[in-house]
Design a protein around this ligand. Structure first.
Ligand code: DCP
Ligand code: MG
Length: 340
């Protein structure tokens, strides 16, 4: 499978797109940058000199701005326009505010326009409760804690609690994986991502609620209190906050750090593709989706589909991740080798 090409140039153009979209609300410009980045990633060769971008229609015009930016990155490795945008006070504020869990770019800009330019402004006494939603207040409360990486051992402890809770639901052992960067073998993670299988799709919501109740304060289980706050409770997907009840080392006096946790329940037929998707990395996923598309398939978390209609009838039967690689005529790639 070819890995994504031109990542360096495309990443900088994607950042231009994000800043234009999120902070400056220049939606048209943002789309142009994003389209150029995507076209460069989709090429099947590394661009070495500017003439090679002629194959991308939108970059063909000699005096086009984005073409000039690509040229600058190719020759200097940097993009000065992006460097100065990053320094702009409104951009800095919007980046900071949209780092609050639940605050999207539009809200960040609205808060900025209302005069809230930093976390400190939102934490000052007297800020009206309706300035943020309950979820956003939780995001603000734990802002610094959520930014900290989570050591592998701690991710493992939290995920084990979810697995134990899931296994008390029915007699069957359920497949339960800690996914994301943890499954790729990383020494630390940004959050705890847990994927749980439910063989009977009609019980998926019951299973999720059972897990949540088991982990919340007041439950009779030994795992009680690990979940401290809810961010979003869906039918089969949960976003919340977890904290260890006991420190990993007995002599550790520091209070527990609050961590972001996502729990997702998938039915057996969709479990392998969900496992692949949530293991990532996101770049690896993009490459694999592109490969699948070129072969006429659609690869999603919910399944591998024989055609783009994504109708249930066109779903390829897969029992595990290996079947997905086989169906796409790819050599199996172990999770630790998906860190691209
Ligand atoms: N994912 C994706 N595209 C996205 C978001 C997520 O393909 N836009 C997939 C790939 C990710 C996985 O979901 O690896 C989990 O998402 P995370 O944001 O938790 O990313 P990681 O777990 O890889 O990294 P981190 O350690 O920062 O949590
Ligand atoms: Mg993660």
């Amino acid at each position: 499978m070819p890995l994504e090409c031109n990542s360096k140039v495309a990443d900088l153009l994607s950042e231009m797109a994000k800043i234009n979209q999120d902070a400056l609300r220049e939606v048209y410009k943002a789309k142009q940058y994003a389209a150029a980045a995507s076209a460069l990633r989709s090429l099947n060769f590394e661009v070495q000199s500017i003439d090679q971008v002629d194959v991308i229609p939108m970059l063909k015009k000699r005096d086009g701005k984005i073409r000039k930016y690509v040229q600058e990155i190719l020759t200097t490795g940097k993009l000065t326009a992006l460097q100065s945008l990053r320094q702009r006070p409104d951009v800095k504020s919007c980046v900071e505010l949209s780092g609050i869990h639940g605050v999207g770019p539009v809200t960040a800009r609205k808060l900025f326009d209302k005069g809230y330019k930093s976390l400190a402004d939102l934490r000052a006494p007297g800020v009206p409760r309706d300035t943020l939603t309950p979820t956003q207040w939780i995001g603000l409360k734990y802002y610094e804690e959520f930014k900290q990486r989570i050591p592998r051992e701690e991710v493992s402890h939290i995920a084990t609690a979810v697995r134990e809770a899931a296994n008390t639901f029915m007699k069957d052992e359920v497949r339960c994986y800690c996914v994301g960067s943890f499954r790729r073998g990383k020494a630390d993670s940004g959050d705890v991502d847990v994927l749980v299988e439910c063989r009977d799709v009609s019980l998926a919501n019951d299973l999720l609620m059972h897990i949540l109740n088991d982990l919340r304060a007041g439950s009779p289980s030994p795992r009680s209190g690990i979940l401290t706050d809810d961010l979003q409770v869906g039918d089969v997907q949960y976003m919340g906050v977890a904290a260890l009840q006991q420190p990993l080392r007995a002599d550790d006096q520091a209070p527990p750090v609050h961590r972001r946790i996502d729990i997702k329940v998938y039915e057996t037929d969709a479990f392998p593709t969900a496992l692949l998707y949530f293991t990532g990395s996101d770049k690896f996923n993009r490459s694999m989706r592109l490969w699948a598309k070129r072969k006429g398939y659609a690869l999603q978390d919910k399944g591998l589909f024989r055609d783009r209609s994504e109708a249930a009838a066109s779903r390829v039967r897969v029992r595990d991740e290996k079947d997905i690689f086989d169906a796409l005529q790819l050599d199996y790639v172990a999770p630790k080798d998906r860190n691209v």
